[in-house]
Design a protein around this ligand. Structure first.
Ligand SMILES: Cc1ncc(C[n+]2csc(CCOP(=O)(O)OP(=O)(O)O)c2C)c(N)n1
Ligand SMILES: [Mg+2]
Length: 231
């Protein structure tokens, strides 16, 4: 499954950059870039109906999983860049590092019980690779031969800290359910990297404050995007 070209992916993020630099996005946004070709190659293997789990850096995954550009732009414009959920596309994110791994393993368990032809793809960064949830989920998936692939997107940084500073020379040989690709990111960790001071558009801020967006008590971003308990 792969609906967009590398140039289209880049153009989408450059458009978001314009929104950011205009002050229209008073929210945290993590831009994707530098991994277009690796991801397009990987998404060639993703089939319609498969499950895709992403992270705080979700834009490319969602677009390559068949998500629409206009829907994603609406989510980004309303503060949900890190909270992209789409029931129709079996697409979930978590801004908690490795927060999707256990869910991915659980969905893969269920798919196996159902003899489903579908599988799970769980994308995480090299920072999330250091979280215990990832290790536990890998053990469960590998041990039970579940239809789940974890993909470590290794840009050699967790925020701004490289792997050597974080973990010295440690190298973990993960089993086959884990793949890794390396890339050099186009953008800084978060934000567009623009050099001028941004003043957020007061009309956008005023429209946002009080709407509850992802934080209204009793609701959450997943519920607002069509997910209900028990689904
Ligand atoms: C459990 C947890 N700890 C810390 C954070 C804060 N945080 C957000 S992104 C990030 C770095 C993530 O690095 P990586 O997983 O390599 O993804 P990348 O940003 O490089 O794509 C951190 C530490 C978080 N979101 N969740
Ligand atoms: Mg990283």
């Amino acid at each position: 499954m792969n609906y967009l070209t590398a140039d289209e992916l880049i153009a989408f993020e450059e458009h978001v950059q314009e929104l950011w630099e205009r002050g229209d996005l008073p929210f945290l946004v993590h831009f994707c870039g530098g991994n277009e070709h690796e991801l397009i190659g990987l998404f060639d293997e993703v089939r319609e109906g498969d499950w895709v789990f992403s992270s705080h850096r979700a834009h490319y995954h969602y677009l390559l999983a068949g998500g629409s550009r206009s829907r994603l732009e609406t989510l980004i414009r309303t503060g949900r860049s890190m909270f992209v959920f789409d029931r129709e596309r079996n697409f979930l994110t978590s801004s908690v590092l490795a927060g999707t791994c256990g869910i991915a393993a659980g969905v893969a368990w269920q798919l196996k019980q159902e003899n489903s032809p579908h599988r799970v793809w769980c994308f995480i960064g090299d920072g999330a690779e250091e979280e215990g949830h990832f290790y536990e989920s890998v053990l469960f998936v590998q041990g039970n031969e579940l239809p789940c692939t974890f993909v470590i997107e290794d840009n050699d940084r967790s925020v701004d800290t490289d792997k050597e500073k974080r973990r010295g020379r440690a190298q973990i040989a993960w089993p086959e359910c884990v793949r890794r690709y390396h890339y050099r990111p186009t953008w800084p960790h978060a934000g567009s990297g623009c050099r001028h001071q941004i003043t957020f558009n007061p009309a956008v801020v005023a429209g946002y404050v009080g709407t509850g967006c992802a934080s209204r008590p009793g609701e959450n971003a997943a519920a607002q995007n069509g997910w209900k308990a028990g689904q």
